[in-house]
Design a binder for this molecule. Structure first.
Ligand SMILES: [Zn+2]
Length: 307
């Protein structure tokens, strides 16, 4: 069953991890484990000052609680800051942005958020600065990627099917360099994935447009590696009122569950249930691995993993 999958857990330290994060981690872990692949931990801490140490610590605490082991990545907060932080790799992101700029894929945008909101009812940038040919400045501008009309991007699913994303209506001219001067998530994530050799990306369905944006950037950068990756976009976990879970310390946070239940059995069972696996007898991570393995061998793939 070996397919040399290389994947990553890529949490953002912006609060306390919740059940949705745990599900994403477990599903990634199960797929990598089943395929005898390699798993990285990559913490998306580009957001600098807004990243709090408690959020970083929470990631390591909850991964340990869940029993999720990874092959490569930081062993704790200090190791993150000294060797793995995205803060240490900013030059690589800026280099890629420069390549894109020189190749004519970008434009400078001076619109404020409120201006964009006022001139468009959708979340898609309405193209105000696209043809202004503003000089590229490092302050008080965002730099955007030109997404031409009718841009469709194709990605590979877990089982090698091809799905298409309409990037023009899905995300439009997206930001690659933020107003605060930082590289945007799209380029940082892409450059890291290429560098780590990631070829299996498991993420929530809310990030499907990011998949499209990153594949588009890879094409603009003449990268042939990333477009060959497999993508799994899984369903999002909702709270009782149907809202997407957020990184608060509320009762869906892993911190809360850990205090309440001591062992993560409930997280394993609920994750299995979402994957339509028999969950009642699952007590340990090993049980979950076995159930997942049996089902994958019998059915070859699971419900909902091929979107
Ligand atoms: Zn603009």
């Amino acid at each position: 069953m070996s397919s040399n999958f290389i994947s990553r857990l890529a949490p953002t330290p912006s609060g306390y991890l919740h059940f949705g994060n745990a599900f994403n981690f477990l599903l990634t872990y199960l797929l990598v484990n089943f395929h005898d692949g390699v798993l990285h931990l990559r913490i998306d801490d580009l957001d600098g000052p807004r990243v709090e140490r408690t959020s970083v610590e929470d990631i390591f605490i909850q991964l340990e609680w869940l029993g999720i082991d990874y092959h490569f990545g930081p062993s704790g907060p200090d190791d993150l800051y000294s060797r793995f932080s995205q803060q240490l790799r900013k030059d690589r992101y800026f280099n890629a942005i420069e390549v894109l700029q020189k190749a004519g894929h970008l434009f400078a945008c001076e619109c404020s958020r409120s201006k964009i909101r006022k001139s468009s009812t959708s979340t898609i940038y309405p193209g105000i600065c696209r043809n202004k040919n503003l000089n590229f400045l490092k302050d008080n501008q965002t730099w955007r990627v030109i997404v031409p009309e009718k841009t469709f991007v194709c990605y590979r699913t877990l089982t090698n099917n091809k799905n298409y994303i309409d990037l023009t209506t899905g995300i439009g001219d997206f930001v690659i360099r933020r107003r605060d001067g930082l590289p945007a998530y799209q380029i940082a994530s892409l450059m890291d994935d290429i560098e780590l050799g990631v070829n299996l990306i498991v993420r929530g369905s809310d990030l499907i447009t990011s998949t499209g944006a990153q594949l588009f950037l890879a094409k603009c950068l003449n990268d042939s590696f990333f477009p060959a990756a497999h993508f799994v976009h899984h369903m999002l976990m909702k709270n009782e009122s149907g809202k997407k879970l957020s990184k608060s310390s509320g009762d869906h946070s892993l911190k809360f569950l850990r205090n309440k239940f001591n062992r993560p059995t409930i997280v394993y069972q609920q994750s299995a249930e979402i994957l339509d696996l028999p969950f009642e007898d699952i007590q340990t991570l090993q049980d979950l691995i076995e159930v997942f393995r049996t089902e994958m061998i019998q059915k070859n793939h699971l419900m909902g993993l091929d979107d």
